[in-house]
Design a protein around this ligand. Structure first.
Ligand SMILES: C[S@@+](CC[C@H](N)C(=O)[O-])C[C@H]1O[C@@H](n2cnc3c(N)ncnc32)[C@H](O)[C@@H]1O
Length: 240
C-alpha cells in the first residue's frame, strides 16, 4: 500500500497555502505558453484542480489510489493516471511537467530520481519545461528538527499532529491522525520519509539527462534562492 493512502483524508488539512503558490506556477506556465501539462505525484489535486480550472489541459500521475480518489471526488473530470513516476509510459508528450511539494524526495535514492528524470525527459516536447519544487533540507532541518505542528478541521473531528525529525539519514514526518466519529476514537501513525537528496548530485543528474536549468527560486512565491536561508529549492528546467 502506498504511504499516502493512509493520509489521504488528512492531507488537505495540512497543505493550506496552495492559493499563495498558484500564481507563480500558473504565470510561469502562461509566460511560456505551456498548455499540455502533467503533474507527477498529483496527490489530492491541490495544484492540478485549480490549474485545470484556470484552463490548462493538465493531467495527474499518482501512485496512491486513495489520493486519486480524493481528487476524483473533488473534480471527477480530471484525467488521472495511476502510475509510478520512476517508470511510466503515457504514450504522449507534454509542454510542461510539474513535481511539486517535495514529490521527488519521496523516491528513495538518486538512482530512483535518475529513472524519474529520464521518464520525465521522454514525456516532454522539445522546449518543454520541468518545474521541480523541493525542500532545501539543511535550512528546513535546522529550523524544524524536533518540532511538531497541529492541524484540524472545523469541527475538530480530525486532528493531525505532525512531528518532524532527522533520523537514519531521512527527514521524517510522523503523522498522528486522530479521528472522532460515532464509532468512537481512532488514532493512526503514518511515517512519511523524505530522501535527503544532494542538491549538487540532483543538478548533475538533470544535466546528464539532457535538461538545462534555466532558473532557480527560493519558493513557489518566486523568492530569490539563497542556499543559506531559503527553505525551498525551486528549479525551472527545460528540454532543449
Ligand atoms: C507530498 S505529495 C504532493 C501532492 C501534490 N503534488 C501537491 O503538491 O499537493 C506527494 C504525492 O506523490 C505521490 N507519490 C509518491 N511516490 C510516487 C511515485 N513513485 N509515483 C507517483 N506518485 C508518487 C504520493 O502518493 C503523494 O500523493
Amino acid at each position: 500500500m502506498a504511504v499516502y493512502d493512509d493520509i489521504s483524508d488528512a492531507y488537505d488539512l495540512v497543505y493550506t497555502d496552495v492559493d499563495q503558490k498558484l500564481p507563480f506556477v500558473s504565470e510561469l506556465l502562461q509566460k511560456h505558453d505551456r498548455q499540455q501539462i502533467l503533474e507527477l505525484g498529483s496527490g489530492s489535486g491541490l495544484f492540478t484542480i485549480p490549474l485545470k480550472q484556470k484552463g490548462f489541459n493538465i493531467e495527474g500521475l499518482e501512485i496512491s489510489p486513495e489520493m486519486m480518489a480524493v481528487t476524483q471526488k473533488k473534480f471527477p473530470d480530471l484525467v488521472l493516471h495511476q502510475g509510478d513516476m520512476r517508470n511510466f509510459s503515457l504514450e504522449k508528450q507534454f509542454d510542461a511537467i510539474l513535481a511539486l511539494s517535495s514529490a521527488l524526495t519521496l523516491l528513495s535514492s538518486h538512482d530512483e530520481i535518475a529513472r524519474c528524470l529520464q521518464q520525465t525527459f521522454q514525456h516532454l516536447v522539445p522546449g518543454g519545461h520541468f518545474l521541480v519544487e523541493l525542500p532545501n533540507h539543511p535550512i528546513e532541518i535546522a529550523n524544524s528538527d524536533g518540532t511538531q505542528e497541529v492541524h484540524c478541521n472545523d469541527d475538530r473531528s480530525i486532528i493531525v499532529v505532525i512531528q518532524s525529525e532527522k533520523t537514519e539519514g531521512r527527514w521524517r514526518e510522523s503523522w498522528h491522525i486522530f479521528r472522532a466519529s460515532a464509532e468512537g476514537f481512532q488514532h493512526k501513525e503514518v511515517l512519511c520519509d523524505e530522501f535527503l537528496y544532494s542538491p549538487d548530485r540532483l543538478e548533475a543528474q538533470l544535466l546528464e539527462t539532457g535538461f538545462k536549468i534555466v532558473d532557480r527560486y527560493g519558493d513557489l512565491l518566486g523568492s530569490v534562492f539563497d542556499e543559506g536561508t531559503s527553505w525551498r529549492r525551486v528549479l525551472v528546467c527545460q528540454k532543449p
